[in-house]
Design a protein around this ligand. Structure first.
Ligand code: NAI
Length: 336
């Protein structure tokens, strides 16, 4: 039986995690979950929001499924998510965005993969307070990290039958840092003549995404633009409740939804577990459980097609009801 680290998170984290575990169990795939807690709740007892045991668990098991963890704004501890990605060198943040059945959106046939560099840029949190009225953040970009993520994007394109990689920067203004990211992408693109290469500035990219998202295939971005643009892409397909994600490195992979801990709906049985479930489906594919991944996705799609949806998608199903509906369909699929 495969052992996988399960990071439960906080806010809606525990609800959507429990939902997804129930669904995976119902699919018949046996996984030994190595449950690890992280975030504000463990600081008092363990002195850190990301105790070493969490990192060690992922290092041992190689794969983790993670639900969101709250990060205090403006003060307090550093983001557990950023720290985890850094410690495990999960350099590629992969966020496929495509329409799900019976989820009403402005555009049909959106099928964009956001590939976001995950280790540097303004996200590295290199900041200093110069005086009471001045603060500074350093945007650090290196050739090594930029070429590595560009190679990831092009390899992903090749392996997944995609046609184009579009690099997104603000290299007209951040001429050195974004300029280096762009130059690195150009260098790597020259090794992949079979994949089209395109360049766009991030402001224009946002406008084009809102007006005509179907023109895009794979978007390749530095960390901060990737963070922002992937939420925009989530909005194109129905919102954060359905947007999946994965953080992938050379040795480890952590699958997690794009959204945060949604404190506004935590504990109310209102959260949509789909983003977490879609992330888990990709995790199952990654560990070779394609059959279970396929059945769970089919059961999810059938549930949506039957009009059973959580409030964020305009429905009235609670998180638990939506979960049970998927499990009912899995049972029917197992009999056929
Ligand atoms: P958020 O993604 O938690 O919520 C934004 C909006 O989307 C809220 O209205 C929320 O109710 C809704 N939403 C999010 N997920 C949903 C779901 N599954 N079902 C239904 N509605 C959903 O973003 P916010 O409020 O900016 O961040 C809250 C906390 O989460 C912050 O502390 C932030 O740092 C943290 N965060 C953690 C992430 C992670 O652990 N990977 C990623 C993003 C944010």
């Amino acid at each position: 039986m495969k052992t996988i680290t399960l990071i439960k998170g906080d806010g809606i984290g525990p609800e959507i995690t429990d939902a997804v575990i129930k669904i995976i169990n119902a699919s018949g795939t046996a996984i030994d979950w190595d449950i690890q807690t992280a975030g504000a709740d463990v600081i008092e007892t363990e002195g850190s929001p990301l105790p070493n045991r969490v990192i060690e668990s992922v290092k041992k098991n190689k794969i983790a499924l993670k639900s969101p963890v709250t990060t205090p704004i403006g003060k307090g501890f550093r983001s557990v998510n950023v720290q985890l990605r850094k410690e495990l060198d999960l350099y590629a943040n992969l966020r496929p965005c495509y329409n799900l059945p019976n989820v009403k959106t402005r555009y049909d046939k959106v099928d964009i993969v956001v590939v976001r560099e995950n280790t540097e840029d303004l996200y590295a949190g290199i900041e200093r307070q110069i005086d009471n009225n001045t603060a500074e953040s350093i945007k650090r970009i290196t050739r090594g990290a930029s070429e590595r993520i560009a190679k990831f994007a092009f390899d992903y394109a090749l392996n997944n039958n995609r046609k184009e990689v579009c690099v997104v920067t603000k290299a007209n203004i951040c001429k050195l840092s974004d300029g280096l990211f762009l130059e690195s992408a150009r260098n790597i693109a020259s090794n992949y003549p079979q994949i089209k290469f395109r360049e766009i500035l991030v402001d224009n990219c946002c406008m084009q995404l809102v007006q005509n998202p179907n023109q895009f295939d794979i978007l390749l971005l530095p960390n901060l633009y990737g963070d922002i643009v992937s939420d925009l892409c989530a909005g194109l397909i129905g919102g954060l409740g359905i947007a999946q994600g994965a953080n992938i490195g050379s040795d480890y992979a952590v699958f997690e939804p794009v959204h945060g801990s949604a404190p506004d709906i935590a504990g109310l049985d209102k959260a949509n577990p789909t983003a977490m479930l879609m992330s888990a489906i990709e995790m199952l594919n990654y560990i070779g459980e394609q059959d279970s991944a396929k059945r769970i996705k089919l059961a999810l799609f059938e549930t949506l097609n039957a009009g059973i949806k959580t409030a964020d998608l305009g429905g009235n199903a609670k998180c638990s009801e939506f979960t049970d509906a998927i499990i009912d369909r899995l049972a029917v699929l197992a009999k056929n």
